[in-house]
Ligand binder design. Structure first.
Ligand code: PMV
Length: 359
């Protein structure tokens, strides 16, 4: 079994003076949701997600040797502009991961990051950002020591998890399981693992993201996760996630879309039910979120088109459907759902193959 120790490298020399690396990493959308965690970013239950392809973060790191001191030295730029308020998050991330990346205190880094999706669109960027950053750091480590392909991606996902839990599912293509599950031997609480084979119907699965509310969330994910401690329904919820993941694993083989829809929508509503039954309770859905859900149900019933929805920790709605229905569903979205979006905004995305090295 792979343990945390596997990610602590044997000592190596910092043999390179300077250089530059660049990765782009996509966002992901969970189907079976991670909500609740133990210490050290260990999930309370396993989850599975589709990796997206259009919503990405592109991160470039230039590095140069500095005197080895007991601290970190880096600049952070977002879309070319210095972003001081992001620095504490990265500083904290570096502190968490320095045990696994001994070169972090030997170099000065200039980190330059940009997103392909509008910021403050309510689309979580921490998953793609932490995945892209972790992959860049792994590419730097690879300059000092030999690392197998397997270890490279596994450790990148492991590091990304320490930055933001669900980020560990943004390294590889779709679908990715994170969290130990008895029916998927390779699965681990420490990093995400992609499923080897899936049914044709899930290739290029469409995710049209309807932007209902673009403001900052009223309750952050970290607060939400924490409220699962002592939550009256937590134990049963965590068991249910295991059961739903079992079903989802067989759905990915059989292509049974009715089951897929049933589990996906139930998971989305369960996530939000957990929020509504936390203490203190809160609601992240907006009236237009419910309007969209009801219209999707009515349309599916009337036409038989296998379109469904999922939600992340916010008011936006991810509309999911097979690629072959793109014309019909886009027409439905344009005619019936766009009016519920903030300024008519949406993002047409689909499943993708994971992060890509650019430099
Ligand atoms: O990775 P975090 O801490 O942002 O939490 C993500 C939580 C959900 O998006 C609601 C569910 C999930 O599995 O991605």
């Amino acid at each position: 079994m792979v343990s945390e120790q596997n990610f602590i490298p044997a000592s190596y020399a910092f043999s390179v003076e300077s250089g530059k690396v660049c990765w782009e990493a996509p966002s992901n959308i969970a189907l079976v949701k991670y909500w609740g965690k133990k210490d050290n970013q260990i999930p309370a239950n396993p989850s599975v997600s589709f990796t997206l392809s259009q919503c990405k973060t592109i991160t470039e790191i230039s590095f140069s040797k500095k005197e080895y001191t007991d601290d970190f030295s880096f600049d952070f730029l977002f879309e070319g502009k210095s972003k001081e308020d992001f620095k504490p998050k990265i500083e904290q991330f570096f502190k968490r991961i320095k045990k696994y990346l001994p070169f972090l205190e030997a170099y000065h880094f200039v980190i330059n990051s940009q997103n392909t999706f509008p910021h403050s669109s309510g689309i979580a960027s921490s998953a793609s950002a932490m995945a892209a950053l972790s992959l860049c750091l792994m590419s730097i480590e690879r300059l000092f020591t030999e690392i197998s392909e397997d270890l490279f991606y596994r450790k990148a996902s492991f590091l990304a998890r320490l930055g933001s839990g669900s980020a560990c599912r943004s390294v590889k293509g779709n679908p990715v399981v994170w969290g130990a599950h008895k029916e998927f031997n390779e699965s681990s609480d420490l990093y995400g693992v992609e499923l080897p084979e899936i049914h044709e119907i899930f290739k290029n699965y469409q995710d049209t993201i309807l932007l209902v509310d673009i403001g900052a969330k009223e309750v952050s994910s970290s607060i939400g996760h924490n409220l699962m401690h002592n939550h009256p329904y937590a134990t049963r919820r965590f068991e249910q996630a295991h059961e739903n993941l079992s079903t989802m694993l067989s759905v990915f083989q059989s292509g049974d879309l009715n089951k897929f829809i049933e589990i996906t929508e139930s998971e989305a509503l369960t996530l939000h039910s957990m929020m509504m039954t936390s203490s203190p309770y809160f609601i992240l859905m907006k009236p237009n979120t419910l309007q969209i859900i009801n219209h999707i149900w009515e349309y599916r019933k009337r036409t038989g088109v296998p379109v469904c929805f999922t939600l992340d920790a916010g008011a936006n709605v991810h509309v999911l459907y097979p690629e072959s229905y793109i014309t019909q569903v886009m027409e439905f979205i344009q005619n019936s759902l766009i009016k519920f979006c903030h300024n008519g905004q949406f993002i047409a995305d689909q499943t993708g193959n994971g992060a890509v090295k650019k430099l």
